[in-house]
Design a protein around this ligand. Structure first.
Ligand SMILES: Cc1ncc(COP(=O)(O)O)c(C=O)c1O
Length: 366
């Protein structure tokens, strides 16, 4: 028997979430963010599955874009951090990628390049995230240089997209988002010559003022909510990845007996402990504390003891019909990854993107 540890990737759920994003976007165009191996789901398969539903894809680097091209993706691909060295611009031109311009150096590389074809670019503006992007006061000068640059497609044919990134769109009560959107709205842009983009998943879900011409959701496409509170727009999301394994050992222990490395779980009552074939070597977080929920037969059981490399133990005393081979859901359908993440002191984004290759990705249509 093969090891029963796998991440099932449900393409029907992915298409459903993408359609939901499309509806929320209204007339805005949809750029699907598929960086970091599509948040751990498998970039090529994800992109192929939704290519017809989206207008463009967003990745972090050239290598990720080339992977999509190798998979047959012909939609435009935005390099959201731009290029890391000047030579990458040749590939970008050849493969019709859209490099972001985020600083003086990237613009200078573009101005000095000799490319096989002119490019379309996005211009990143820092409105308060203080990560990437030029200052609002530099926008006019940068745009003029971009318009004057022979390496860039004429802006009457393909407008430059001026974009910014929201730091706190997950929080509806955040002043930071209002301030960022205000700064963005006040940029001195001649509207005919540019398009605009500000919304990540949080923006798309709960900040309509951020939608503009292009929305850039990632996390929500995979069926998870980035929001810190319940919201009607997230109710329809369906998790795309479900991480599962099976019970490979069962034992009864007495009150006072300990479980796992360091004996960090001590039974308070006669307890049935199940061992599940998944551990931190499979991407399950070692930081998850006693009590972290897992699903067994549709019921919530609790992590008991420290997560090992290949196994973890759970308390199944109150769960009916548990046997060797019983399936266990670690996150996904019925158990949001963000709920698990909270018990591990992190966010679902990290759990998904850090999932190693070890659990096989099994792609299903529904
Ligand atoms: C520039 C940019 N746009 C959009 C996104 C998508 O964000 P989310 O996954 O929260 O929708 C990201 C992800 O971090 C990003 O860096």
């Amino acid at each position: 028997m093969t090891r029963p540890t796998q991440a099932t990737i449900n393409l029907q759920a992915l298409r459903h979430n993408t359609a939901h994003a499309r509806t929320l976007a209204g007339t805005a165009r949809l750029l699907a963010v598929v960086k970091a191996n599509a948040y751990g789901h498998g970039a090529a398969k994800v992109a192929v599955a939704i290519a017809e539903q989206v207008d463009a894809f967003g990745v972090a680097c050239l290598e990720e874009a080339l992977q999509l091209r190798a998979a047959g993706i012909t939609r435009p691909i935005l390099l959201m951090e731009g290029v890391f060295e000047a030579q990458e611009l040749d590939n970008a031109a050849r493969e019709q990628l859209w490099p972001a311009i985020t600083n003086e150096q990237q613009l200078a590389w573009l101005e000095q390049a000799q490319l096989s074809a002119p490019l379309q670019v996005w211009l990143k503006v820092n409105t308060g995230m203080n990560r990437l992007g030029i200052a609002p006061a530099q926008v006019t000068a940068f745009l003029q240089r971009i318009y004057d640059c022979p390496q860039v497609i004429d802006h009457s044919v393909a407008p430059v997209v001026v974009f910014t990134h929201l730091s706190s769109a997950d929080n509806l009560h955040s002043d930071a988002t209002l301030q960022q959107l205000k700064q963005f709205a006040e940029l001195p842009l001649a509207s005919a010559a540019v398009a605009r983009s500000a919304a990540n998943s949080g923006g798309l879900l709960q900040w309509p003022a951020s939608h503009y011409d292009w929305v850039r959701p990632g996390y929500m496409l995979y069926g998870n909510s980035p929001l810190d509170a319940a919201h009607s727009n997230t109710a329809a999301l369906k998790p795309v990845m479900t991480l599962t394994s099976r019970i490979i050992a069962l034992r009864n222990i007495e009150a006072g007996e300990a479980v796992g490395y360091g004996g960090t779980f001590v039974a308070q009552r006669p307890t049935t402990i199940a061992c599940v074939a998944i551990g931190y070597g499979d991407g399950y977080p070692r930081q998850a504390v006693n009590g972290t929920p897992v699903l067994v037969n549709g019921q919530r059981a609790a992590l008991a003891g420290r997560v090992s490399m290949d196994m973890l133990m759970i308390d199944v005393t109150d769960i009916a019909n548990v046997a060797l081979g019983t399936p266990v859901v670690l996150w996904g359908d019925g158990l949001p990854v963000d709920e698990v993440a909270r018990y591990a002191g992190t966010v679902g984004y990290e759990l998904l993107t850090r999932l190693p290759a070890r659990p096989a990705r099994v792609v299903v249509e529904d």
